[in-house]
Design a protein around this ligand. Sequence first.
Ligand code: BJW
Length: 247
Amino acid sequence: CATTMALVRQWLAQAQGRHKGLAVLTGAGVSAESGVPTFRDDSTGYWARFRPEDMASEAGYRRDPQHVWRWYEYRRELVRNVQPNAGHLALAHWAQRHPAGMTLITQNVDGLHQKAGSPDVLCLHGELLKNRWLNHRCAQCDLAHPAAGEPPYCPACGNLVRPAVVWFGESLPQGIWAEAEQAAQNCTLMLVVGTSGAVYPAAGLAQIARQAGARVVVINPRPTELDAMAHALLHGPSAELLPQLLC
Ligand code: BJW
């Protein structure tokens, strides 16, 4: 509502004057209006059709690499063909107007914040368009053998290529996590945008920020697991609300 928006704008004005005063944690919802499915939305989320333990775990990949690889190839094709929406752009423009004013932390692997022009995005869960080796590499692992519809593999040792994303049970990239934690500790305002707040340790950044004295604002069209700890809720789609807030 209008009064909540006015209040959050005040908090934003206070954050604006401070080095990295604003921290933004985003999730799949910020890309929904670009046409990228979320994970946990009732009928449209990926987890309504797939089991996360099959598609987003190392054990699932080892059980059926072809099935998982094809899902990632499908998602890669999808994100190559979508564009950032007004929400991504509003964040990028704000950062450009306030250099060193914002830390943008995303759980998204789709690269749309970067495509919108956001600098220094902290990607907690990796990047969909990148790969890495599943096992330790042997001396010849550089020569990945391409295989249509299947993960490329090392002809010498059989090692498989895998998407460079963070699956369940895996640690987040250490340096990136450390920077995100520090940003949460030092900001005066944290916007939590388009995430269900169900996945840890990412969701815990909101608690870290709050405990360190920051205001926490959730921006989402539906209830989230972080609503109860937030100082304010802005209900609606991020491609509408972020431009209104950050213009
Ligand atoms: C809109 C919108 C619009 C719609 N505008 N909004 C503490 C407690 C409990 C469990 C754990 C814990 N600590 C660790 C765990 C285990 C686990 C976990 O969190 N499990 C819970 C689910 C129960 N976490 C992990 O395993 C993490 N690793 C870890 O903890 O390492 C330490 C460790 C090591 C070894 C052993 C044990 C521990 C890793 C988590 C990795 C998550 N990976 C995924 C897949 C990435 C790759 C890929 O994309 O394929 O990351 S899962 C998936 O969920 C993806 C997302 O980044 C992540 C978060 O989802 P997000 O972004 O919130 O999306 P949704 O769909 O949930 O929500 C969308 C939201 O958008 C909704 O709210 C909508 O309303 C909203 N929306 N339209 C704005 N227009």
